[in-house]
Design a protein around this ligand. Structure first.
Ligand code: IPE
Ligand code: IPE
Ligand code: MG
Length: 251
């Protein structure tokens, strides 16, 4: 059976959507003899720098991994520090994001979050919903497997309510994911030298490019992001077909 071509722009145009696994806050702090919490605090500064730098690099959407469904396994104090970062980031930057045309979307499960965080999330999404210059997606209490399970459950609920009938296809399941409606992920970046997904964007990663950078997240910024764009531009995205490079295709 013929397969629909995946929607994509050539790699040479640069990535529209960059997804970042912001890793290495703890090691950054440890290397300085500081508590891990300070690494997370510096991580917020790095996030601000990175969001600022993205539009000039032609990027239209950033998705960042802030807290995974597995991060609840960390000591209670660290979990509460990480929750606190949402408060800090939103309190210090929401006005600016609003003003600069950034739409903020939070991916992941709301259930289980402290009530004030859930409220902050809702307020942030509502107050930036009209913005369309740039999309910032923050994966928080997010797990790729949980997101796929939730999408399947949504579909099952719709079938039970008589709003949908089978057979289920990729497009329909995709509509139930928390990333639905956003641009396809072009490249997934992980900092700190680790090379794994850790349950980030499992579905969306299907044909994403991967870039691993040795920089620890608190040191991240414009330069490291520009390096991602450069690496991406030199990739040959095939999507299961043959090379997209015109010279090779002609030969
Ligand atoms: C990434 O830094 C931030 C989160 C996971 C929230 P880590 O806290 O994982 O830092 P390392 O991996 O211990 O250095
Ligand atoms: C992934 O990093 C989660 C975030 C960056 C928020 P982790 O540091 O939690 O992943 P593992 O435990 O090293 O796989
Ligand atoms: Mg880590």
């Amino acid at each position: 059976m013929p397969v629909e071509p995946l929607e994509h722009t050539p790699a040479s145009d640069g990535p529209r959507h960059v997804a970042l696994i912001m890793d290495g806050n703890g090691r950054w702090a440890q290397a300085r003899g500081l508590p891990r919490a300070l690494g997370h605090r510096e991580g917020v500064q790095a996030l601000k720098r990175t969001v600022q730098a993205a539009p000039a690099l032609g990027i239209k959407c950033l998705t960042v991994f802030g807290f995974s469904t597995e991060n609840w396994r960390r000591p209670a104090e660290e979990v509460s520090d990480l929750m606190g970062l949402v408060r800090t980031y939103v309190a210090s930057d929401l006005r600016k994001l609003e003003r600069e045309g950034v739409r903020v979307r939070i991916l992941g499960r709301r259930a289980g979050l402290p009530a004030d965080i859930a409220q902050i999330i809702e307020r942030t999404e509502a107050s930036t919903a009209h913005n369309d210059r740039f999309l910032l997606q923050v994966a928080f209490n997010y797990g790729g497997r949980a997101d796929i399970v939730d999408a399947a459950q949504r579909y099952a609920d719709r079938v039970r309510a008589g709003e949908a009938t089978g057979p289920l296809d990729e497009e329909t399941l995709g509509l139930g994911l928390s990333t639905a409606g956003g641009p396809p992920v072009d490249v997934i970046v992980r900092t700190s030298g680790e090379q794994r997904l850790s349950n980030f964007l499992l579905w969306e990663a299907a044909y994403a490019e991967f870039v691993y950078q040795n920089v620890l997240w608190p040191d991240y910024g414009a330069e490291a992001l520009a390096d991602v764009v450069e690496q991406y531009r030199n990739r040959d995205r095939r999507f299961g077909g043959l090379t997209s490079a015109p010279a090779l295709a002609a030969g």
